[in-house]
Design a binder for this molecule. Sequence first.
Ligand code: CP
Length: 325
Amino acid sequence: MCWFFLVPNLILGTKKKEKIIRNNTMSKNSLVSISDYSKEEILSILLSAADFEANPNRKTLDGKVIATLFFEPSTRTRLSFETAVIRLGGSIIGFSDAATSSSSKGETLNDTIHMVSCYADAIVMRHPLDGAARYASEISPVPIINAGDGSNQHPSQTLLDLYSILKTQGTLENLTICLVGDLKYGRTVHSLLMAMSHFNPTFKFIAPDELKMPEEYKVFCRKNGIKFTEIADLNESFNDADILYMTRVQKERFQDLMEYERVKNVYTLKNDMLTKSKPNLRILHPLPRVNEIDPDVDKNEKAYYFKQAQNGLYVRQAIMCKMLN
Ligand code: CP
């Protein structure tokens, strides 16, 4: 046995050392699901994000190393997390394509997380499997931030969605929110629905039969007293809405590509559909978009999706700072 393994035994005694090792095997600071944060914690992140929007360059992560492990493609989430870390004075390691990592040689997620946690102070991870982030958080000694796990959760997206809603509506309370498109596989709508349970929303779920909101989320709504209706037709259904949240049909989640072909262009929002909408309506979309929003809408003053993505930088700065103090 190496001498440096003996030293803690000599100083602490074996039992005390085991306790320290057990306490260090799992980080308590992870953000895996939006339900990991209380209402107060959510509001505190939004407040902190506003601070970062006013002054994004602060060296609070000086000397910290953050790993970004993206087993699935990303533009906004990865680049805004990396920008957030760089603006806070930290450094980035990681991969944007699992094919360039040793997972392509068969390394397990367990081993990857154990190795990367030897190098980094926190891990931002996107993975195709539902529950992968929760699993990683249970074995990792450093905090895990879920950057999207399958069709399950995308909590940092939700926090930037809430920040965007707050900025455009002046409140999060008592809003009417239309969730449109792929409500079955879209992780952003699942996280947003859960987060809004703190703020008495009224939801309209607008989706074709094949992409309806899964039963478990409707059960969640009923249990938490959240009002919702289900609608198949987009036209005029959002005239009383404050937020129109469009989503992409998630091609990568379909087992049967013929089914994807049938539903891929089910809704396309066009400028002339917005004429009877409320003046305060804002259109959000987690992006990337494919055909859900006609590019003509981009110039409409109600289009907010590019600004929404920019807000992600400030919110992710706030998340990193909360996580790493
Ligand atoms: N909204 C979002 O998750 O975008 P990316 O897939 O580009 O990260």
